[in-house]
Design a binder for this molecule. Structure first.
Ligand SMILES: [Zn+2]
Length: 283
């Protein structure tokens, strides 16, 4: 199997064999990972969405806090807004909101966001509309899905007012999870996850589109059920079309083990399964 060069830095990629079976293409220079579903099926579920409503509500509150830690923006644009739940938080804060989403998930959009937001139905890479510049452009777990991540970041930067900020959350391909769980790593359950950034490749991607003050961190609180879900997949490797979190005992284990997971992540940040990119557009 021949691998194409790294989509971020253009260097050679090599085969990374996963524990349990399957391969990813790993950049020898920046550690960026490419995934072809045929090469690493990893008992993936049927659909992209594998969440759970209660967990989604928690995640929403935590993500909103993470995005507004530095300051509350007066205008935001969300890449892949889904149901618009996060945009609704910003709208309720008094911000001007907008976003684009190709509606892959086919979910209903919050009525207030639909009424007051400037919404587009294109993939970010294809967005050609003349959007009024905003203070914050963000995307929560979208970079691992898009067709072209550099074009996505370029368009995101284009939507920023001078001095504005982009923030993206994406699974960490250089976290312990992939090494520990191999093909059972929960981030491989989503069939539309086609890449996993390393901190280095995410850094390079942001710099290559002209963003400045690039910072990549590993938030402790994102994707708290990753370990329980991965362990369940490791213990019983088999097809689960609806995903492992559709099983109540796995979900309950995820919630029950959250304090232990948090303690472990505090001691060892490499266990954290998410990367958080923050970068600015020069004034
Ligand atoms: Zn690379």
């Amino acid at each position: 199997m021949a691998f194409s060069p790294c989509e971020i830095c253009g260097q050679r990629t090599a085969r990374l064999a996963l524990r349990g079976g399957g391969v990813l293409a790993r950049c020898v220079d920046c550690g960026h990972l490419g995934r072809q579903l045929a090469g690493s099926p990893a008992f993936h579920r049927d659909r992209a969405y594998g969440g759970e409503p209660t967990l989604d509500a928690w995640r929403l509150a935590l993500t909103h806090r993470l995005l507004t830690r530095a300051r509350r923006p007066a205008s935001v644009f969300e890449v892949g807004y889904g149901s618009g739940a996060l945009l609704r938080r910003f709208l309720d804060d008094g911000a001007r909101v907008g976003g684009t989403d190709p509606d892959q998930l086919g979910v209903a959009v919050d009525a207030r966001v639909r009424a007051h937001g400037r919404l587009y139905d294109a993939a970010i890479e294809d967005l050609t509309a003349d959007v009024e510049p905003v203070e914050l452009v963000y995307g929560i777990h979208v970079l691992e899905h898009v067709q072209d991540p550099l074009r996505t970041l370029r368009h995101a930067a284009h939507l920023l007012a001078p001095g504005g900020t982009v923030q993206f959350l994406t699974p960490a391909g250089d976290s312990d999870g992939l090494r520990l769980y191999g093909r059972a790593w929960w981030m491989l359950e989503d069939p539309t996850h086609v890449r996993f950034f390393s901190a280095e490749s995410l850094h390079r991607a942001a710099r290559s589109v002209g963003l400045t003050d690039v910072c990549v961190t590993r938030p402790a609180l994102d994707s708290l059920v990753t370990d329980a879900a991965s362990l369940a997949r490791l213990a019983r490797p088999r097809a689960r079309p609806h995903g492992v979190l559709a099983l109540r005992p796995v979900l309950a284990a995820g919630v029950a083990t959250a304090p232990v997971v948090l303690a472990a992540r505090a001691l060892r940040p490499a266990l954290r399964p998410t990367l958080h990119l923050t970068a600015r557009k020069a004034r």
